[in-house]
Design a protein around this ligand. Structure first.
Ligand code: B12
Ligand code: SF4
Length: 520
């Protein structure tokens, strides 16, 4: 029997880290990394497991010293902290294992600091390692020969985390994505064949999250709609579950733009209460999309703008990822990005410079062309050397676009275009249910109203700049003149808090106050 501790290290500042918004929400972290409660569930019952998320509590190193095995996970933006933690543990003589997205693409990164590394998925290798470790026969590197069978993945042990400190819950339906974007490490790790859990598994996880009193849940799939036929069946079961349990959960997720070509799928997502969808749009420039093999974004069926608007009209807000620095990008790309995002009415946009993640086809190509900066912290914020613009020009252009997008006029211009002119209607599925359950509606809307007012009051007390506070008051007033339903008001105020995060981050980076955070 082993005493095992798993650690998720502190994140560095990032767009989706929401660091500047979290204090207003009264939370310590955005959401729990899905691997921690899952690894706990994958651990055979004879072992004991403790989960530590450094984003919500300090690491008790004395506790770690007593453990037989300490496992550390992490993605790119945690790599420096992962190294510090591993070095600390090594000094104390702790046996360490490392897994997750970063070590999967940079196997040599931690050197001797890790006794064992896990590359990619670990549903089979983690229990196998424990059995071999018990016999003193373990290896130093584990990688599954086959991808995990998602129909056998257990319900994560959310009960081992301090869920009250997180703004959202996390839940995974499927892994893998059928597309072939050149820069993407997800398909390198999880493959191009979407693998999906059964409805029974997913509903067990929904119940587990509900038991933890979570209300908003992020579906962490690489691409929720990778297998449209299979996901439609699951969504039908979730709609039925929501109806039977009083629509307790609200979701947001990630999907590809071909969602816009399938009205039935959009309708099912709305009925399941998915309010927003993050889409990798990457570029308004067709040549750049073709170059990066993002062919799904240049397919027939309308322009990118038309497709975004179609999803919004169906009742889901679109968030997006955008990238600058492709080989076809010249100095005109910065204005093109700004114009597209404005016309698309996308308020929350994660914009970044192209970055070559190890093991991806892009990394191989640029290495062969001698266009990679090998440093761990590249001076210009990305490791690629662009073709048609200088490195400095790319960095400055990126910072300027980022700052411009989050200037209050630009940001609220996009939000007002969507909420006031476009009159986006979130949560139609739940509204239909409420027609038959008006008391339920009254209870929920009263709660949202209190939450919206509380959050707005905290913004008014906590945002230091008087000009920004005045702007937020003005924008809320403009919304209230047209729309007063509590659900819309709450979403609007939440996006105000998100504005504060992105605006602060963009200002600090462009003034040289903090190091450049790229979105890789
Ligand atoms: C959902 C998601 C998010 C969510 C939730 C993030 C969170 N805090 O959990 C949101 C949208 C908030 C997000 C944000 C970001 N993300 Co993100 N995200 C993902 C996504 C799509 C799924 C992650 C997930 O939950 N998977 C499900 C779990 C179960 O899988 P897993 O973590 O891989 O764990 C399995 C194995 O890896 C293994 N394992 C993992 N750890 C360990 C440890 C040990 C000891 C062992 C034995 C095994 C093991 O076991 C698990 C079971 O098989 C991935 C893509 C992907 N598929 O990995 C990107 C990804 C992880 N994100 C990435 C990035 C860069 C970011 C951001 C920095 C982007 C930004 N600029 O804002 C932020 C920062 C995060 C933050 N502060 O929270 C990159 C990381 C690149 C890299 N290779 O390191 C990825 C890979 C996507 C990409 N290529 O761009 N993200
Ligand atoms: S659509 Fe997204 S997940 Fe799929 S290959 Fe492209 S970048 Fe990767």
């Amino acid at each position: 029997m082993a005493d095992i501790v798993f650690i998720n290290p502190r994140f560095e500042m990032s767009y989706w880290g929401m660091e500047y918004a979290l204090p207003f929400l009264g939370k310590r972290a955005n959401l729990p990394v899905a691997c921690l409660p899952l690894l706990a569930a994958l651990t055979p019952a004879e072992h004991t497991v403790t989960l530590i998320d450094e984003n919500v509590e300090a690491i008790d190193f004395a506790r770690c010293v007593r453990a037989d095995i300490v496992g550390v996970t992490g993605m790119s933006v945690q790599r420096f902290r992962m190294k510090e933690i591993l070095a600390n543990l090594k000094r104390r003589g702790v046996f360490t294992v490392v897994g997750g997205p970063w070590v999967t693409v940079r196997e040599d990164y931690f050197g001797d600091l890790a006794d064992v590394i896990f590359v990619g998925e670990a549903e089979e290798t983690w229990p196998r390692f424990l059995s071999e470790w018990g016999q003193g026969l373990h290896q130093v590197r584990y990688e599954q020969a086959e991808k995990s069978d998602m129909t056998k993945v257990p319900t994560p042990r959310f009960d081992l985390l301090k869920m009250r400190h997180y703004a959202f819950g996390s839940l995974q339906f499927s892994r893998g994505c059928p597309f072939q974007c050149e820069f993407c490490d997800i398909i390198v790790t999880f493959g191009r064949r979407p693998r999906i859990k059964t409805s029974a598994q997913i509903i067990a996880e929904l119940e587990a999250l509900r038991a933890q009193k979570m209300r908003i849940v992020f579906i962490v799939d690489d691409n929720l709609i990778g297998n449209k036929k299979a996901i439609k069946e699951v969504l039908r079961d979730i709609v039925a579950w929501q109806g039977a349990t009083g629509y307790p959960l609200t979701f947001f997720t990630e999907a590809s733009i071909d969602l816009a070509d399938d009205p039935e799928l959009m309708e099912l997502m709305v009925a399941a209460n998915i309010l927003s969808v993050f889409i990798g749009i990457e570029s308004p420039r067709e040549e750049s999309l073709r170059e990066t093999k993002k062919f799904q974004n240049v397919r027939a069926g309308g322009t990118l703008l038309e497709k975004v608007h179609r999803i919004q009209e169906a009742g889901m807000e679109v968030w997006c990822g955008m990238i600058m620095g492709f080989d076809h990008d010249d100095a005109t790309i910065f204005d093109a990005q700004r114009d597209f995002i404005r016309e698309a009415r996308i308020a929350l946009t994660m914009i970044g410079m192209l970055h070559a993640i190890p093991k991806t086809p892009l990394h191989d190509r640029l290495a062969a062309e001698g266009r990679l900066d090998p440093s761990d912290e590249p001076e210009f914020g990305t490791n690629i050397i662009p073709l048609r613009i200088g490195r400095e020009e790319l960095r400055e252009g990126y910072l300027k676009v980022l700052r411009d997008l989050y200037e209050p006029d630009a940001y609220f211009g996009r939000l007002e275009a969507l909420f006031l002119e476009g009159r986006i209607r979130h949560g139609r599925g739940r509204s239909r249910y409420w027609k038959r359950h008006p008391l339920n509606r009254l209870k929920m809307e009263s709660l949202w109203l209190v939450q919206a007012l509380g959050l707005f009051a905290r913004l008014m007390r906590g945002v230091p700049e008087a000009g920004l506070r005045k702007e937020y008051r003005k924008r809320l007033w403009r919304l209230l003149k047209v729309r007063r339903d509590p659900g819309t008001v709450l979403i609007y105020v939440l996006e105000m808090a998100m504005h504060y995060h992105a605006h602060t981050m963009a200002r600090q980076m462009s003034s040289g106050g903090t190091r450049i955070v790229n979105s890789f």
